[in-house]
Design a protein around this ligand. Sequence first.
Ligand SMILES: Cc1ncc(COP(=O)(O)O)c(C=O)c1O
Length: 433
Amino acid sequence: MIAYLETKSPAQVNELQTQLEREYELLSGNRMALDLSRGKPAAEQLSLSEGLEQMIDGDYRAADGSDVRNYGNLQGLPEARELGAELLDVPAETVLAGGNSSLSLMHLAVSTAMQPGLWGDTRQWSSAKPIKVLTPVPGYDRHFALCEALGIQMVNIDMTDSGPNMSQARALVEADDCIKGIWCVPKYSNPTGCIYSQETVDEIAQLSNIAAADDFVVLWDNAYAWHDFEFPPTRLTPIYPLAQHHGTENHVVQFASTSKITFAGAGVGFISSGAKVLQTLAQQLSFRTIGPDKVNQLRHARFLKGRLMEHMQAHATLLKPKFDLVLRTLKEELGQWSIASWTEPQGGYFVSLDLQPNLASEVIDMAKQVGLTLTPAGATFPMGKDPKNCNVRIAPTFATLDDLGMAMQVLTLCVKLATVRQFTLTINRKNQG
Ligand SMILES: Cc1ncc(COP(=O)(O)O)c(C=O)c1O
């Protein structure tokens, strides 16, 4: 990876380091406040959904004639369930439309799987000691935090360009009946941006059939299902028909939300599974709420009906230039050096950057000192522990293009300087030893 530095004489490396140190020094005086840590929509993206405001306009009747201002309809409005079905590429009867967050529905599913169980029988994860789930890494920190909060151990498997490493996944679930599930972000995965291949989706749909545990569950968080940059969009192989084919539809639980389609944190969350699981989840939900916010559901269903693709194209118009800028800068500044590798997603919210081993925390600290906040080192791994300390998650969406340009210059400079410092140190140690 550090082929470029290896072609240089010690004097040339020294000169390069002095020059980079000087550039970094200059940045310190700039008092910047840049942030690439937040996977949030930018203000212009939120403005695309201002039309939500006009969607009620005194008409509170849902398509079934019910008054959405009142209690009821625990599984969500039929038109909201239709919207969830469109997002997840599943039949509407498999969908429950909930409140403002898919993460809370993930908590509902996992805590129900633990106790009393998802199937209305004696199977419950809490019988296992310890309870474990597979976590493809790098992955989404809130999945890890949720497991940690519920006392679930995480077993890392590698993420590849086509999804989780399935030979690792298969071997582990076959051998260990304490492994109860797997986290998946199947399209524009957080943070690598990969899309699971058809073969991977099919293998995942079969996992519960080969698992040693009889209560194995695929947690299919399709948060970026519609977040493409190019149109017509790349289609993810839908898991539901495959699960039906393999008889595992009650062992796959899918999630989505409009958080990154309309208003983040003020959208609608969806959960979908087989009839048995949906019934259990609805019952569990009834202990927590008398019904969801159907006014918001109606507003969303009316706003997005028949124009989801058009709406997502408007997001893409705003996001594509940001991702192009990130990828261009990485290539221009680091490409020739061959000191890092990164993903080139065609959608979603993140770019995943891998540095030389042991450099992620140093680069993130160096960037922080000159005013650039990045996602904390290790955040993309369970318990915050990146075994190679090399992964940096870049979240380009929230910054303005100008700020993003500056932030990427700072980041790539820190990467180059930290790598040269590490290289020099290694050479010096070798010479001394
Ligand atoms: C993979 C993934 N799932 C879920 C969420 C959160 O979704 P919600 O706002 O619906 O809880 C995010 C937010 O960043 C995410 O990246």
